[in-house]
Design a protein around this ligand. Structure first.
Ligand SMILES: Nc1nc2c(c(=O)[nH]1)N[C@H]1C(S)=C(S)[C@@H](COP(=O)(O)OP(=O)(O)OC[C@H]3O[C@@H](n4cnc5c(N)ncnc54)[C@H](O)[C@@H]3O)O[C@H]1N2
Ligand code: MOO
Ligand SMILES: [Mg+2]
Length: 629
């Protein structure tokens, strides 16, 4: 339906062209957004229209989902421009951008035509555009650009030059989508944008979450020990596994869901191990006639070695009939050659033994032999084996599709401009890349704002595409910490949260990790990774541990803690003991405590250790993050 589309129409008008001569569509493109239109009046054979194509390029860059762009030219005539604008609004284009005709020359009539057409003015857009343009040139004072709308169509006057038009488009583009959503009454989209901007409203927070005075003063969720938490995670993930068939080319690091047997012997023919001569061993040493040659790929039945003769052979070639040994070229000498330098007679120094330098049929892999076991993680050489035995597809355990959501009003994408009170979302890229480090792919499912609707909507949208979600933030005791409120079945690993739920009849898994970047990283390694592996039907997993000696006194916490440490081998290193040095301040907001960290040294809780201080020189276990130290 066209009226439901987000569309733009661009009209470029030129004041320079006196006669209206051309009216032709210049450019039409269909993309997978709905309908965008671009029209252009500044077209004249004496001068190339640059602003139309330049704007089309800008639109496509800024709104790659644009589905229809029409670049059209209309002449600089009040009535014609008016008629065209009315026509475009009747066709329900969502945005009409005009270029040209906004200045002070007598031919400049675009604002007048626009005023005739619009039912209401959108003054803010013109003001925004002109204000920002004034930072570029004082000439912007001469702009008479008008912006407004007729029906569902937003009409925006831009200057005529390619530079001015694209500059002004870039000044106003951030509000265009929302303007169209408002004009077309797209409530869902409108709400999303309002959520986005809620945190910048100054004064008391506008986010009405709950009656804060009634909040829990203690977490109502049961807090678990790490081991119990892991058990609960396994119990809730171990039965999910599913099998899928994939191409062997795509199977690296996947978990095999079948035993793989060899269907036929390998090598499938008797193959030479050396470059040399295929011989009859009974003929012994001495001078032989070189009867023929057989190369890799030749049919062994095409040749038969006659008594007293030999056949030149290369490594990997099938040994011809009659031959039962191969003599490497190093153990021979040339006796006679012909004019063409072909070998005629050679001498074998040492009598060959039966079967020498021949790989018998099935000597590498017997027919029926088990070559790969179910539950193996498929490595490069395994894929080679699968190729060797002629498998195109293989059954593996399906991986959950994984989405990553950040939550927080303070968050902006790392590439977005920050305003006061904002920080960049670092957890998203950390987690997506941690997934990749361990061989998984995650999807960016956006940033949810700290209100129940936004959290619910973002989670629901993420569940549309994913089996497994990792969220960060919003799991603690704050009045805007909402993740737990929207989940059904919950256990808490203070403050990490794990829940399973059914969404549209499918079982889904969600980890609400703490927002603090270090905590998100550590809890991913401790809990999320084992859960993903369990869904893939791998055995209970944890990072490999080694024994380390702490290089400093450490104040312990009521909860076990995981210190980021640099490791050094002890000088004598008899028992393979490593010394662990903390990577600076360990506060959980300080993500750079991971920089230079090779391991997580496990600090026991006060209760387990029986003291508040772990003394320098104490021996503890450390989970290895990077073996290359
Ligand atoms: N009264 C209590 N307050 C807090 C407790 C508690 O037990 N009682 N626990 C503290 C601990 S420990 C942690 S960890 C945090 C957990 O916080 P949340 O998971 O609720 O996360 P937020 O409050 O949303 O954010 C915490 C912190 O992290 C920053 N953050 C959040 N998301 C991101 C991101 N994607 N990228 C970068 N930084 C992010 C956020 O700005 C906050 O500074 O709660 C303590 N409070
Ligand atoms: O659990 Mo919080 O993660 O200590 O900072
Ligand atoms: Mg919080």
């Amino acid at each position: 339906m066209r009226n439901k589309c987000l569309a733009a129409h661009l009209v470029t008008l030129s004041s320079k062209k006196k006669q209206p001569r051309y009216k032709s569509p210049l450019y039409k493109a269909r993309c997978n957004w709905e309908k965008l239109g671009v029209s252009d009046t500044c077209y004249n054979k004496q001068k190339e229209d640059k602003s139309g194509p330049a704007l089309v390029k800008c639109i496509l860059e800024s709104f790659p989902e644009s589905s229809h762009i029409l670049n059209k030219i209309v002449p600089d005539e009040l009535d014609l421009i008016e008629a065209e604008l009315i026509n475009l609004s009747q066709e329900r284009y969502n945005i009409v951008l005009t270029t040209g005709g906004t200045g002070l020359s007598p031919r400049d009539v675009t604002p007048e035509a626009t005023r005739r057409v619009i039912t209401k003015e959108a003054t803010g857009i013109s003001i925004g555009m002109i204000t920002k343009s004034l930072q570029v040139t004082d000439m912007a004072m001469l702009s008479r650009a008008v912006c407004g709308y007729r029906g569902e169509t937003l009409i925006v006057n831009l200057p005529g030059s390619a530079k001015g038009a694209t500059e002004c488009f870039n000044f106003i583009k951030s509000c265009l989508k929302h303007a169209v959503h408002l004009l077309t009454d797209k409530q869902d989209e409108i709400k999303k944008t309002h959520d986005e901007f809620s945190p910048v409203i100054s004064g008391p927070s506008q986010v009405k979450v709950n009656q804060v005075a009634m909040r829990n003063r203690q977490s109502p969720y049961k807090m678990l020990e790490v081991e119990d938490a892991l058990k609960l995670i396994y119990d809730n993930t171990k039965d999910w596994h599913q099998i899928e068939t994939i191409k062997i080319e795509d199977s690296l690091n996947r978990i095999l869901a079948e035993n793989v047997y060899m269907p036929e012997p390998f090598p499938p023919f008797r193959a030479s191990i050396k470059d040399g001569y295929a011989v009859r061993s009974a003929d012994g040493a001495g001078v032989r006639d070189v009867q023929d040659v057989t190369a890799a790929g030749d049919d062994p039945r095409s040749n038969e070695v006659k008594p007293g003769s030999i056949v030149r052979i290369s490594t990997g070639a099938a040994v011809p009939l009659g031959a039962d040994a191969v003599v490497q070229v190093e153990d021979t000498e040339l006796v006679v050659r012909d004019d063409q330098f072909k070998e005629v007679k050679i001498r074998i120094y040492v009598a060959p033994s039966l079967g020498q330098d021949i790989r018998e049929i099935g000597s590498d892999i017997r027919a029926g032999e088990l070559v790969l076991n179910k539950f193996y993680k498929i490595k490069a050489s395994h894929i080679g084996v699968l190729a060797l035995i002629g498998r195109s597809n293989i059954n593996v355990f399906r991986r959950p599709s994984i989405g990553v959501v950040s939550t927080g009003n303070e968050l902006r994408r790392h590439d977005e401009e920050l305003r006061s009170g904002h920080i960049r979302d670092s957890n998203k890229l950390t987690l997506l890349n941690l997934l990749m480090e361990y061989g998984y792919m995650g999807r960016d499912c956006g940033i949810a704002r700290d209100n129940p609707d936004s959290v619910k909507r973002t989670i629901a949208e993420a569940f549309e595409q994913n089996d497994f979600l990792i969220t960060t933030g919003g799991v603690s005791m704050g009045e805007f910490d909402l993740i737990k409120e929207v989940l059904e079945k919950i256990s808490e690993l203070k403050p990490t949260t794990f829940a399973t739920c059914t969404y549209k009849n499918n079982k889904k898994f969600i980890f609400g990790l703490p927002g603090n970047p270090v905590s998100a990283n550590v809890t991913f390694l401790l809990f999320v990774l084992p859960a993903i592996k369990c869904l893939e039907n791998q055995k209970p997993y944890e990072l490999a541990q080694i024994s380390v000696v702490m290089e400093e006194d450490v104040k312990l916490d009521p909860r076990p803690e995981y210190r980021r440490v640099r490791l050094e081998r002890s000088t004598d290193n008899k028992d393979n003991i490593f010394t662990a040095y903390s990577t600076g301040n360990q506060i959980s907001s300080r993500l750079n405590s991971f920089v230079g960290a090779y391991a997580l040294a496990i600090m026991p809780s006060i209760a387990t250790y029986g003291s508040k201080i772990l003394k320098k020189g104490a021996n503890v276990q450390a989970m290895v993050l990077d073996l290359n130290f």
